[in-house]
Design a protein around this ligand. Structure first.
Ligand code: FES
Length: 109
C-alpha cells in the first residue's frame, strides 16, 4: 500500500472532520479527541447525511441529520439502526495524515 500525505492533523479540529475528494467519492477524515484519525465515506446510508458534519465522540460519529451512530473502526451503525459506511485505511505519522494512495488516485482536488 502506498500512503499519501493529505495534510497536517492540526488542520482538523479535535472531534472534527474534513472532506477529501477521491476516486471513490467524498471521504470524511475524522480526528478524535485522542488524536486518532479515521477515514470513512462521507455519506450516511440512511438519507445521505454529511457525516463529516456529524459529532465525533469516542471512536464513533453521529450523523447530523437523524442521529444514527457509526463505529469509525468498522463503519457499522450502532443500536437498532442497520447500515454500514465504507471505511478506509488512515494513519498519522509525525503529525501528518496519511491515506491509502490507491484510494486517492485521480483525486479531484
Ligand atoms: S441521513 Fe444519517 S441518520 Fe438520517
Amino acid at each position: 500500500m502506498s500512503w499519501i500525505d493529505i495534510g497536517s492533523i492540526e488542520d482538523i479540529p479535535l472531534r472534527g472532520a474534513r472532506v477529501v475528494k477521491t476516486k471513490v467519492g467524498c471521504v470524511a477524515v475524522f480526528r478524535t479527541s485522542e488524536n486518532e484519525v479515521f477515514a470513512t465515506s462521507d455519506r450516511c446510508p440512511h438519507k445521505n447525511g454529511p457525516l463529516s458534519e456529524g459529532i465525533v465522540h469516542g471512536q464513533s460519529v453521529t450523523c447530523p441529520l437523524h442521529n444514527w451512530v457509526f463505529d469509525l473502526n468498522t463503519g457499522v451503525a450502532q443500536g437498532a439502526d442497520e447500515g454500514q459506511i465504507d471505511t478506509y485505511p488512515a494513519k498519522v505519522e509525525a503529525g501528518r495524515i496519511l491515506l491509502d494512495g490507491t484510494l486517492l488516485m485521480n483525486r479531484a482536488a
